[in-house]
Design a protein around this ligand. Structure first.
Ligand code: CAA
Length: 283
């Protein structure tokens, strides 16, 4: 029985995951090493609950109850002490994740499920640093988490059937539609999405069309809710670059090589919405 969920990392994905679990009755411990980031995450959750309240999707009591179920911690040991399930949503960095899972495996009891919200890093590799690789799985939510229906459930090489079924069922409890996939670079979502975004950036880089024009073609022509360049800003250009590198290294195929313009933008600190500028400006 999963009742207590610990979410590690309070960035865009972490706060959305905490919001969604709390809204569906789970007790949530949100952990981040940075106390300011935790305060910002709680404010984001309040803003998003207010948005749902305004739309009439929840009432005042629903908002109060959801917030009351979220506790914040800067200490991993304290935050993970009562967890039945841990979902890691820290920075998309291999070393950070491996270190965290090693620590979690020492802190948590054997039966605790350790999930990662990674968008591309190998679940099998993450599981290999833990004491119970059968209990490690990918639970990949989409942004904005409270809105998007998909959860990509990634089976590592050692993930047990029982753990996979528990997570598939849990996603349904959150009113999501889970899809089970195997553990290969980029899984399914980003193996298909990132080459499209990279191609849109190459199209801009080569001067075929401007930012607005590229996005308009994909929005109006393919009925995408956002154009690929706006979506890249929304995901984070650093995250897009990190995922493309995983695909490029994992398959050794030049078709996944990140566009030099993307590399330059990330190097220059233009990482999209979170830094106020990417392909568009944000105030
Ligand atoms: N929290 C709660 N509710 C939110 C929200 C949030 N953060 N953001 C939006 N909403 C709600 C709104 O209240 C609204 O609710 P109703 O339908 O009940 O009215 C609904 O979502 C739509 O919002 P808006 O009307 O404000 O805006 P929109 O129609 O432009 O939709 C969007 C916004 C849902 C983000 C839409 O633009 C969209 O679907 N964009 C593409 C998102 C996408 O592709 N996500 C995947 C990214 S890839 C990823 O996450 C994984 C990875 O590994 C990189």
């Amino acid at each position: 029985m999963i009742k207590n969920v610990t979410v590690i990392g309070s960035g865009t994905m972490g706060n959305g995951i905490a919001h969604t679990f709390a809204q569906h009755g789970f007790e949530v411990s949100l952990v981040d090493i940075n106390a300011d980031a935790l305060a910002k995450a709680v404010q984001t959750i309040i803003n998003n609950l207010d948005r749902q309240l305004k739309k009439g999707n929840i009432d005042e009591q629903g908002k109060t109850d959801t917030l009351a179920r979220i506790k914040t911690y800067t200490d991993l040991q304290q935050g993970a002490a009562n967890a039945n399930l841990v979902i890691e949503a820290a920075t998309e960095n291999r070393e950070t994740k491996l270190k965290l899972f090693k620590q979690l495996s020492e802190i948590c009891a054997d039966e605790v499920i350790l999930a990662s919200n990674t968008s591309s890093i190998s679940i099998t590799e993450i599981a290999a640093v833990t004491q119970n690789p059968g209990n490690v799985i990918g639970m990949h939510f989409m942004n904005p988490v409270p809105v998007m229906k998909l959860v990509e459930v990634i089976r590592g090489y050692s993930t047990t059937n029982e753990v996979t079924q528990t997570i598939m069922q849990l996603a349904k409890t959150l009113e999501k539609d889970p899809v089970e996939v195997n553990d290969y670079p980029g899984f399914v979502a980003n193996r298909i999405l990132m080459p499209m975004i990279n191609e849109a950036i190459y199209t801009l880089f080569e001067g075929v069309a401007g930012v607005q024009e590229i996005d308009t073609v994909m929005k109006l022509g393919m009925a995408h809710p956002m154009g690929p360049l706006q979506l890249a800003d929304f995901i984070g250009l650093d995250v897009c670059l990190a995922i493309l590198k995983v695909l490029h290294d994992g398959f050794g195929n030049p078709k996944y090589a990140p566009c030099p313009l993307l590399v330059n933008m990330v190097t220059a600190g233009h990482r999209g919405v979170k830094t106020g500028s990417g392909f568009y400006k944000y105030t």
